[in-house]
Design a binder for this molecule. Structure first.
Ligand code: KG4
Ligand code: ZN
Length: 341
């Protein structure tokens, strides 16, 4: 089955062609980062308008590079939520219109299920069951995964998502958007131990997270430095490193707890923050000690992309699932409400 996947939930237009027999044939992405950078974050209306401009040329590019024609496509999968409603509607309308014109089924995919399954596109994918740490700009969740659509939420952030904390901390340090890669870059030059941030909610049982306090801690630390007339690049690097270490260690502690609780030894990390090298290294070391293994997607499939939507959609379409012709998207949508395969 050849599936066209479309992703438009936020600020990247992602398109891909996934074949159930031959794997990923082609994928293309247009990132709107330059468009939103001057505002320090995503402007939803600008995002929607840009998705309209990019979508059809990207679909043409992907078809051309895979050497396929519209007549070869068996189904269209698109991100139906969660995300920005206007942006989602662009992908949903486009997917439904193409599916109608081509006489093939369309299926709305859950964006976080897309992220969760992205490591399946890699050479040695994890096997069910496993624990998944989903860390993106909008979500921080620990999930027990027994199969596609068989999700048990073990814990989640009670306030900011991990990626959001990276973005907000970067902003207050005067770094660029998106903040995650910027903090990671600055942290490489940081001196360990100059600042020590708390590890929120690790001193009590449970698998929930809280990251909004870290952003406030970073703000207070930075303001204290400014009051001492220290606004040096080195100080920003030292704060970036202390912040990143706190997030990474907090996530690692909770992942270890989740693995112990479930008695599982495979951990999947997915979503934009799973591109973070320090997080990958820490989790690999922890899983190494436990005799387990950590799985993640290549960096460009950690952040938003069309390939994960084409892949997730294909698995559900193969099982016979598809939507009617209605154009329906959801700003909020829990993954546990998805049907099991
Ligand atoms: O999954 P994603 O592309 O979009 C959402 O679904 O939200 O995740 C974007 C988030 C942003 O907050 C970004 O700062 C963060 O992922 N991110 C990173 C890194 N690369 C992206 N955070 C930490 N380290 C990175 N290398
Ligand atoms: Zn995402």
């Amino acid at each position: 089955m050849l599936v066209l996947g479309l992703e438009t939930s936020c600020d990247e237009t992602g398109v891909a062609l996934y074949d159930s027999e031959h794997g990923l044939l082609a994928d293309a992405l247009f990132s709107q980062i330059d468009l939103h950078r001057i505002y320090g974050g995503v402007v939803p209306e600008l995002a929607s308008r840009d998705h309209v401009k990019r979508m059809l040329p990207l679909i043409r590019d992907v078809l051309a590079s895979a050497n396929r024609a519209p007549a070869d496509i068996d189904a269209v999968a698109y991100t139906a939520g969660p995300g920005l409603v206007g942006a989602l509607l662009v992908g949903a309308s486009c997917a439904q219109a193409l599916a109608f014109a081509w006489g093939v089924p369309a299926l709305g995919v859950h964006h976080m299920e897309g992220h969760l399954l992205a490591p399946m596109l890699e050479e040695s994918p994890p096997a069910f069951p496993f624990v998944a740490l989903l860390v993106s700009g909008g979500h921080t969740q620990l999930v027990r995964v027994d199969g596609i659509g068989r999700y048990e939420l073990l814990g989640e952030s009670v306030d900011d998502a991990a990626g959001e904390a990276f973005d907000k901390t970067a902003k207050l340090l005067g770094l660029g958007y998106p903040g995650g890669p910027e903090i990671a870059r600055m942290a490489q030059q940081g001196v360990a131990g100059r600042f020590v941030f708390p590890r929120p909610m690790t001193d009590r049982p449970g698998l929930d997270f809280s990251f909004s306090g870290l952003k406030t801690f970073a703000l207070n630390t930075w303001q204290r430095c400014l009051a001492e007339a220290d606004d040096s690049e080195q100080t920003r690097c030292d704060i970036a490193l202390a912040f990143q270490q706190a997030v990474v260690e907090t996530l690692t502690i909770k992942c270890r707890r989740a693995l112990k609780q479930t008695r599982l030894k495979q951990l999947v990390i997915a979503g934009g923050v799973s591109a973070n090298v320090s997080l990958r290294e820490n989790l690999a070391a922890m899983l190494g000690e436990m005799g387990g293994q950590v799985f993640y997607a290549r960096p460009r499939f950690c952040t938003d992309n069309g390939a994960m939507i084409a892949y997730a959609g294909c698995q559900r379409l193969l099982a016979g699932q598809h939507d009617g012709p209605q154009i329906e998207v959801r700003a909020r949508w829990t993954m546990e409400s998805l049907p099991a395969l």
